[in-house]
Write a protein that binds this ligand. Structure first.
Ligand code: 13P
Length: 257
């Protein structure tokens, strides 16, 4: 991690936890990460149905934890059954929204173009996108991870201002590392993180590249987190499975200090 960028640890709960279960998890997490506020930014991204209860907890109890959604639609409102608009996330003080997770690309037809429309829509509402990218095992094995990820990032973050680009969070999540227990060696993850940062720089200039945060995601656990956080271009983690267990998530937060 580089000194000027505040580490960010975000928990992607995926399709786990009801609203009630989510409230319990958040209060356990908050207890376990007490004292880390100044050093690490912590965000939870629960399912849509838990946003209201957790947002109320954050507001009433003054919790030092941020809230994010896992997806959004790009239109302001309209006849789009099942979709959620940025304004609806804004109402619950969502600071962040994950966009383009590989599971959304695989199961819900997300493309770099739809990712980009969502990213632009979020910025219109001052919600920071956490833009996901990452290669499949076959792309990885062919040695093409960096160029594949650069293309994904170029498409996903097109059409922003340099000021917007500077606030971006980009999560590098190799698909073969998600939920598998397999991870790249930290140096290899950092090489891709550096390539992502260079892409931001080529599009929006060096200040944006220096300010944007790049996270690593894919089987991050308390046992391996500090290895990734020791890398200069990795500014934190997007955590899946380990974010569902308060003590594991908290250990990862502590490792980022
Ligand atoms: P795991 O941490 O369960 O591998 O999931 C990573 C992920 O997809 C986070 O978005």
């Amino acid at each position: 991690m580089a000194g000027s960028r505040k580490p960010l640890i975000a928990g992607n709960w995926k399709m786990y936890k009801t609203s009630g279960e989510g409230s319990v998890l958040v209060s356990d997490v908050v207890d376990a990460i007490r004292g880390t506020e100044d050093d690490v930014e912590v965000v939870v991204c629960p399912p849509f149905t838990a946003l209201r209860s957790i947002s109320t907890m954050i507001e009433l109890d003054g919790l030092s934890i941020g809230l994010g959604a896992q997806d959004v639609f790009w239109e302001e409102e309209g006849a789009f059954t099942g979709a959620i608009a940025p304004r609806m996330l804004e109402e619950f003080s969502c600071r962040y929204c994950i966009v383009g997770h590989s599971e959304r690309r695989e199961f819900f037809g997300e493309t770099d173009e739809t990712v980009n429309r969502k990213v632009q829509a979020l910025f219109r509402h001052d919600i920071t996108p956490i833009v996901c990218c990452g290669e499949s095992l076959s792309v990885h094995d062919a040695g093409n991870a960096e160029s594949f990820v650069r293309d994904q990032v170029r498409g996903g973050i097109a059409g922003l201002t340099p000021e917007q680009a500077a606030t971006l969070v980009i999560a590098y999540e190799p698909i073969w590392a998600i939920g598998t227990g397999r991870t790249p060696v930290p140096e290899a993850a950092n090489d891709v993180a550096r390539a992502i940062r260079a892409t931001v720089g080529a599009m929006y200039g060096p200040p944006a590249a220096t300010a944007a945060r790049v996270l690593y995601g894919g089987s991050v656990k308390p046992e391996n987190a500090s290895m990734f956080f020791g890398e200069p271009d990795i500014d934190g983690a997007l955590v899946g499975g380990a974010a569902l267990v308060a003590s594991s998530f908290a250990d990862i937060v502590h490792a980022a200090r």
